[in-house]
Design a protein around this ligand. Structure first.
Ligand SMILES: [Zn+2]
Length: 255
């Protein structure tokens, strides 16, 4: 079911516990490569499975270097508008770029639940020590790959690889937020990866409306009633927050 921007704005205005579930499309405008783009250059299973990483760690790091690129990638207008959205209870993200945290609005502490970890953290496969430098800095510095710990062990990024499970605490928190939501915004998600794709079902069963913000609808509509707003997050979200603030002066006009 297609929704106009006005219908989205009306839903945002009448919802009191909004949860956002975000994926790669959220960050595309920040200059990050999407998985689709990466898998045109790398063999997906080779690149990101834990078994392959242990055998050939440089390959995953080459994918990370390609993903991250060599230019800055600040939070985009979509991240910033989402951070300012009134009644936003939580952000659940499949992204590993920490751009939601970078866009956090002053004075607000909306929880960001990272289902797939973060590239800003590393851990040594041998001694277990957390990395002192960020993964992206290591990947961008032109150093030989893979980056190594002071002990000589290979550093792994603290992201969930194929063959690994989403951390149980993150998934439990995501489920709880989805079950408590009255509106779930699914933004830029391909919805082809479990367990994230369960979350709209959890929210819908608990009575939430599900709205998908994406250029083209995902397969989510086959499983649950979805209102689709066609477009890119960096266009729709700023337009929606502006319309909210304009139609209800004082509500979102606080500094
Ligand atoms: Zn070590």
């Amino acid at each position: 079911m297609t929704w106009s921007l006005a219908e989205l704005v009306a839903a945002l205005r009448t919802s009191t516990r909004i949860v956002a579930l975000t994926g790669a499309g959220m960050s595309a405008a920040s200059g990050l490569q999407t998985r689709k783009q990466l898998w045109q250059r790398f063999t997906r299973d080779d690149a990101v499975s834990m078994a392959r990483f242990r055998a050939e760690p440089a390959t995953l790091w080459a994918v990370i270097r390609a993903f991250w690129g060599d230019r800055p990638h600040p939070a985009n207008a979509g991240h910033q508008a989402l951070a300012r959205l009134p009644n936003l209870a939580a952000i659940v993200t499949q992204n590993v770029d920490e751009l939601h945290q970078a866009a956090a609005a002053a004075g607000r502490s909306t929880p960001v639940i990272e289902l797939h970890g973060s590239l800003s953290r590393t851990r040594c496969l041998d001694c277990g020590r957390s990395g002192e430098a960020t993964a992206q800095a290591l990947a961008a510095a032109g150093l030989p790959l893979p980056p190594r710990c002071a002990c000589g062990g290979v550093l792994r990024p603290e992201v969930v690889l194929f063959g690994e499970r989403v951390p149980a605490a993150a998934m439990a928190s995501a489920r709880a937020h989805a079950a408590a939501a009255d509106l779930l915004l699914v933004i830029g998600c391909a919805m082809d990866v479990s367990p994230a794709r369960e979350l709209p079902l959890v929210a819908a069963r608990a009575g939430a409306r599900i709205v998908e913000l994406k250029r083209r609808p995902s397969r989510l509509a086959a499983a649950v009633l979805v209102h689709h707003v066609a477009g890119a997050a960096e266009d729709i979200l700023p337009a929606a927050t502006t319309a909210l603030a304009t139609s209800e002066p004082g509500c979102d006009a606080r500094p």
